[in-house]
Design a protein around this ligand. Structure first.
Ligand SMILES: [Zn+2]
Length: 242
């Protein structure tokens, strides 16, 4: 237990030092890491660490796209379901659920990091109309391919670490990322500025004015959608696991 606490704290401190996590995000990251090391052990922590490193590296690809530091809300949006599954260890569903939640978070992270940089103009996942870059629920072919690659890579690592088999983990990652896009295009809150007309995910516009709700549920933001998508990934992996 002291070893788990020291390792989780050290790894989060490194993640904060290199700019992958904000200070408060590092505290949340240490809590998630501690829960995973303590219950699942070092192999589970290895899979989680692989996702954090791969996501952080992808967010540093050129061209720079804003601050890559993950805050508490973002860490918990991506890590809560994985941590809950780890806490259920050694229940039979815990291992595939954990791997599925990580695969969904990883697939979504890579599809947005690669898609927004190199994917060209996005289209809405429902109906395929062109949408502004960065719009929730917008997808690109390249971003989707990156998501599939991430899910496959996570599946291979989960199998190599002896956590869960490749097919259920990889499929769960793809389904989780798809759920993220579908929820982003339908129920996630989207705002339109009353002054300049700019669209955004939060009511506060860059011009200083406030936007009005254009679509979706006011309280369902991007972090809530990420949380739901990792839950879909976990449930899919458990359902597909045999
Ligand atoms: Zn505005």
């Amino acid at each position: 237990m002291p070893g788990a606490l020291v390792a989780a704290t050290l790894l989060s401190a490194v993640a904060w030092r290199v700019g992958a996590l904000s200070a408060d995000g590092a505290v949340a990251g240490a809590a998630v890491g501690f829960a995973v090391i303590l219950t699942g052990g070092w192999s589970w922590a290895g899979l989680l660490l692989a996702f954090v490193v791969a996501g952080s590296l992808a967010s540093r690809l050129p061209p720079a796209a804003g601050p890559p530091r993950r805050t508490t809300r973002q860490v918990l949006a991506n890590g809560t379901v994985a941590a809950l599954a780890a806490l259920a260890h050694p229940a039979a569903w815990a291992a595939p659920g954990f791997a599925g939640a990580v695969a969904a978070a990883w697939a979504d992270t890579w599809s947005s990091e690669f898609g927004t940089r190199y994917g060209g103009p996005p289209r809405r996942v429902v109906g395929l109309q062109p949408v502004d870059p960065g719009t929730s629920g917008g997808v690109t072919a390249l971003g989707s391919a990156a998501g599939v690659a991430a899910a496959a890579l996570c599946g291979l690592l989960a199998a190599a670490f002896g956590i869960a088999p490749v097919p259920s983990t990889a499929a769960a990652g793809v389904l989780g990322a798809l759920a993220d896009s579908l929820l982003g295009a339908t129920v996630q809150a989207a705002f339109r500025c009353t002054r300049c007309g700019r669209r955004g995910e939060t009511p506060r516009c860059a011009c200083g004015a406030r936007g009005e709700l254009e679509r979706g549920l006011r309280w369902l933001d991007n972090d809530a959608v990420n949380l739901l998508a990792t839950a879909v990934g976990a449930l899919a992996a458990v359902a597909l696991h045999r």
